[in-house]
Design a protein around this ligand. Structure first.
Ligand SMILES: *[C@@H]1O[C@H](CO)[C@@H](O)[C@H](O)[C@H]1NC(C)=O
Ligand SMILES: *[C@@H]1O[C@H](CO)[C@@H](O)[C@H](O)[C@H]1NC(C)=O
Ligand SMILES: *[C@@H]1O[C@H](CO)[C@@H](O)[C@H](O)[C@H]1NC(C)=O
Ligand SMILES: *[C@@H]1O[C@H](CO)[C@@H](O)[C@H](O)[C@H]1NC(C)=O
Ligand SMILES: *[C@@H]1O[C@H](CO)[C@@H](O)[C@H](O)[C@H]1NC(C)=O
Ligand SMILES: *[C@@H]1O[C@H](CO)[C@@H](O)[C@H](O)[C@H]1NC(C)=O
Length: 267
C-alpha cells in the first residue's frame, strides 16, 4: 500500500470520533440514542425510551417506548386514552416486534364488560407499523340481538367468551382468519353482531383454536416497521462549523486521492 493510503486511513480514523460527535448532537438536548435496556429488551434506534416525567420528545412519536419499573415496555396507541401494546420482543435485523394488545387483555380481565367497547387492533396502530401478513386473526363478535346470539351459539366455528354485559350483549370469537391486506373481512360479517379483528400469531401447524382465545391474545402478534427517514438536521447554532469542517475534510480527502492516483495506480 502506498504511504499516502496509510495517511488516508490515519486521518479517517482520526476524524471518526469527531463525525460521531456531530451525529450525536443532532438529537434533542439530553436525548440519548444509545441503546438502553428495559427489562430484558434492548431499546435502540429507531425506538427511544420516554423519560418518565418529561413530555420531551427524542424522536418520532410512533417509536416512543415507555418502560415500567424496568420490567415491561409498551408502545403507545395512536388513539388517545386507549391502552397500547406491550412489547414482548424486538428483532432489529428483521425490523419486527412481538406485541400484545393491552386493550384486549383488559377486556378479558374485566369482571363485567359493561361500559367497555372493543375496537379493531389495526385502528390504534401508528403509521410506521404494519401487521405482519403471517399473523392469523381472531374475530370478536359483539352480538346484541337475541336471535343473533342464538345463531352464534349454533355456529360450530364460534366460541362464546366470558365477555358480556348482562343480557345486553355477548362476545363470541372465531379463530384462524387469515390476514387481509386491505382489511376486508366482509365475508365474516354476522347479522346482529359487530365484528372486530384481533391479530394473533399463527401456530406452527397453521391452525388456531378459538377456545384458546385468552392464550392467543396473551401471546401477541407480529408487527413490522419501516425505518423512518433520517431526521432533518435542526438549524442550530454551531452546526455550520461542523459542516464546514466536514466539507473541508472531504476536499482534503479528494485532493489526497488525486495525489495518490498521480503517484501511482492503486491496487
Ligand atoms: C434497567 O436496568 C438495566 C440494568 O440494571 C439498566 O442498564 C437500564 O438502564 C435500566 N433501564 C431503565 C429504563 O431504567
Ligand atoms: C423477558 O421478560 C419477560 C417478562 O419479564 C418474560 O416473559 C420473557 O420470557 C423474557 N424473555 C426472555 C427472552 O428472557
Ligand atoms: C357491544 O355493543 C353494544 C351496543 O352497540 C355496546 O354498547 C357495547 O359497548 C359493545 N361491547 C363491546 C365490548 O364493544
Ligand atoms: C373493524 O373492522 C371491521 C373489518 O374491517 C369493520 O367491519 C368494523 O366496522 C370495524 N369496527 C370498528 C369498531 O371500527
Ligand atoms: C379446541 O379446543 C377445545 C377445548 O380444548 C376442544 O374441545 C376442541 O376439540 C378443539 N377444537 C379443534 C378444532 O381442535
Ligand atoms: C481530482 O481529479 C479529478 C479528475 O482527475 C478532477 O475532476 C477533480 O476536480 C480533482 N479533485 C480535486 C479536489 O482536485
Amino acid at each position: 500500500m502506498a504511504p499516502v493510503y496509510w495517511f488516508l486511513v490515519f486521518i479517517g480514523v482520526w476524524w471518526l470520533p469527531l463525525m460521531l460527535v456531530g451525529a450525536d448532537e443532532q438529537q434533542g438536548e439530553g436525548c440519548s440514542r444509545s441503546a438502553n435496556r428495559c427489562g430484558n429488551l434492548t431499546i435502540s434506534n429507531p425506538f427511544w425510551l420516554a423519560e418518565t416525567d418529561a413530555a420531551r420528545s427524542c424522536g418520532i412519536l410512533d417509536f416512543k417506548v415507555t418502560c415500567y419499573k424496568n420490567r415491561s415496555a409498551t408502545l403507545r396507541s395512536s388513539v388517545p386514552l386507549i391502552p397500547g401494546f406491550a412489547i414482548n420482543s424486538i428483532s432489529y435485523e428483521e425490523r419486527s416486534l412481538r406485541v400484545v394488545d393491552e386493550g384486549k387483555q383488559k377486556l378479558l380481565e374485566a369482571s363485567s364488560g359493561c361500559g367497555i367497547k372493543i375496537g379493531n387492533t389495526s385502528a390504534k396502530l401508528d403509521t410506521q407499523f404494519r401487521i405482519d401478513l403471517g399473523n392469523l386473526n381472531l374475530i370478536l363478535y359483539n352480538c346484541t340481538k337475541e336471535s343473533a346470539v342464538a345463531a352464534a351459539r349454533r355456529d360450530s366455528g364460534l366460541v362464546q367468551t366470558r365477555v358480556r354485559c348482562r343480557n345486553e350483549w355477548v362476545v363470541f370469537v372465531r379463530a384462524g382468519v387469515h390476514h387481509d391486506r386491505i382489511g376486508n373481512y366482509a365475508r365474516y360479517a354476522m347479522e346482529g353482531c359487530d365484528a372486530t379483528v384481533v391479530p394473533v400469531l399463527g401456530s406452527s401447524s397453521g391452525k388456531t383454536n378459538a377456545s384458546d382465545y385468552e392464550q392467543l391474545i396473551d401471546d401477541g402478534f407480529l408487527l413490522t416497521w419501516e425505518d423512518p427517514p433520517p431526521p432533518l438536521p435542526p438549524a442550530a447554532h454551531g452546526r455550520h462549523n461542523k459542516k464546514l469542517i466536514l466539507i473541508g475534510f472531504s476536499v482534503c480527502y479528494n485532493q489526497l486521492a488525486n495525489m495518490s492516483s498521480v503517484g501511482g495506480a492503486p491496487t
